[in-house]
Design a protein around this ligand. Structure first.
Ligand SMILES: Nc1nc2c(ncn2[C@@H]2O[C@H](COP(=O)(O)OP(=O)(O)OP(=O)(O)O)[C@@H](O)[C@H]2O)c(=O)[nH]1
Ligand SMILES: [Mg+2]
Length: 243
């Protein structure tokens, strides 16, 4: 268990020029340290991040080439550890999450610093049907990999990671499959999961809502990743007892 609890907020972003600033400003009402990883955004998204850095609202790390959400979050983990943080609360930059839940997430992590805290999304009618179906399929795989419903939602972009364990778990995925892979690997490493319900909505395009989830390519990557995890598990990587 880490000797101290020193959390930062980690925001990966790829082309979220219309929502990034509002997300960071509302996060700052609850947390002091914010790390943005700009994953090769175009000019508008890049400038939105640079401005927040200049205003002292966040530390901004720029990846010159887009590498995917997983790659961006892994970069953030390394930067956060270097800066002396023990935990990263990861929240998406697309304005879908209820930032007022942030203190609740941090409290849960503080109470159980060895655990991973995962948001379980409570959707309204705005969730696209295709995403709802994809979620059910992912949930099936994750239940199989973890031997039950340990993880109540493997995909929500609002969660708290213990940093050292998350890097040690060596998730390979660099794109959207990362969100699902890392919690499974943390469970395999013996980490407990705290599932917290949180409201999630899909913003309309006129509100700045964007999704970079590529239905076909990301779902194929997710399926390949789950196939690998199941094979790994069959090969003997059975979970140790949960801490
Ligand atoms: N898709 C994508 N997102 C990235 C990338 N790098 C960082 N991100 C960030 O990851 C977060 C989640 O991206 P979304 O496209 O909303 O993915 P999602 O929330 O799984 O998908 P939806 O349910 O459709 O919203 C956002 O904050 C993105 O800006 C990247 O290369 N691709
Ligand atoms: Mg999203």
């Amino acid at each position: 268990m880490p000797a101290s609890f020193r959390p930062c907020v980690l925001i990966p972003t790829y082309d979220n020029p219309r929502t990034l600033e509002a997300v960071v400003r509302s996060v700052r009402k609850h947390a002091e340290h914010v790390i943005i990883v700009d994953d090769g955004s175009g000019d508008a998204g890049r400038l939105a991040a640079v401005r927040l850095g200049r205003q002292g609202l966040a530390r901004v790390h720029r990846r010159e080439r887009n590498g995917g959400k997983g790659a961006a979050v892994k970069t953030g983990f390394v930067r956060a550890l270097e800066a002396g943080f023990t935990h990263a609360l990861q929240i998406d930059a697309d304005g879908q999450h209820d930032v007022d839940d942030l203190p609740r997430f941090l409290e849960a992590a503080r109470a159980r610093p060895a655990a991973v805290v995962l948001g379980r999304p409570v959707f309204d009618h705005s969730q696209p049907r295709g995403r709802a179906i994809g979620r059910r399929i992912s949930q099936f795989w994750v239940n199989l990999e973890t031997g039950g419903r340990v993880i109540e939602d493997p995909q929500c972009g609002f969660r708290v990671y213990p940093l050292e364990a998350s890097l040690r778990a060596r998730a390979r995925g660099n794109r959207m499959q990362f969100d699902q892979e890392l919690p499974v690997r943390l469970v395999w490493a013996g980490r407990a999961v705290v599932n917290l319900p949180t409201r999630v909505r899909y913003l309309r395009p006129e509100e700045g809502g964007v999704s970079h989830f590529q239905m076909l390519r990301d779902n194929l990557r997710i399926s390949a990743m789950h196939t690998r995890l199941v094979l790994e598990r069959m090969g003997g990587a059975l979970p140790r007892s949960r801490r």
